[in-house]
Design a protein around this ligand. Structure first.
Ligand SMILES: [Zn+2]
Length: 213
């Protein structure tokens, strides 16, 4: 381990995964709007969801860079095997604690953003904040599942620079994401956030976002 690095690519995968979750209900929304005049999807809806999603990912990357700077390191951008990468500039063997802070801060900030959206009193349910919530939850779930073992992933670096195992870290961030998911699913203002019964005549559930306004 020489230059600690944080890949940007996994976040693109997160975006694609979440995107595939978000696409399904769009068809349903269009279908519903034909039969139900209450279901109207404003033209800016998906743009605002995407903006919220991207803002949360941007906050994740900015948190890595800001943490490195705050710790006196000199973060740089480059490519690792062709993948766009943020290098912390921290010597992970000499300063494992600093590297741990650097690696954890992206997910910490996204979790804090979601916590803020769910805790701070305001008018809830806007498409932008739905995008923020999906982004935070999807990134955490990505890192505690398929992204946990990637050699330069945030979770792998946290495990290598602390006494926590990748499973411990997965339980911590996965638990927080699960808690946020439960809170969203119990808040009527985020109705149909993740799961929605399929329209009459179809079997199963639809995954993703659906706006009722
Ligand atoms: Zn990261």
């Amino acid at each position: 381990m020489t230059m600690p690095s944080i890949p940007v690519i996994p976040h693109m995968i997160v975006a694609m995964l979440a995107g595939s979750l978000l696409v399904a209900p769009a068809a349903h929304t269009q279908q519903a709007s034909q039969t139900d005049s209450v279901s109207v999807r404003p033209s800016h809806y998906w743009r605002d969801v995407a903006a919220g999603f991207a803002s949360s990912l941007l906050a994740h990357e900015v948190a890595h860079v800001a943490t490195a700077l705050a710790l006196g390191a000199h973060p740089t951008f480059g490519f690792d095997k062709g993948r766009p990468t943020v290098y912390s500039g921290i010597d992970a063997q000499r300063d494992p604690h600093k590297q741990f802070l650097f690696s954890s801060m992206g997910l910490n900030v996204q979790a804090a953003l979601d916590e803020g959206v769910l805790d701070v009193p305001h008018e809830r349910g806007s498409p932008f904040e739905r995008g923020v919530l999906v982004s935070g939850i999807a990134t955490a779930l990505f890192y505690v599942t398929i992204g946990r073992s990637a050699s330069v992933s945030d979770v792998d670096f946290m495990a290598r620079t602390s006494s926590l195992s990748r499973t411990d870290i997965g339980l911590i961030y996965g638990g927080v994401a699960l808690l946020h998911t439960v809170r969203v699913s119990h808040d009527s203002r985020y109705a149909d956030f993740f799961v929605h019964p399929a329209p009459a005549g179809e079997r199963g559930l639809r995954l993703g976002l659906h706006l009722d306004r």
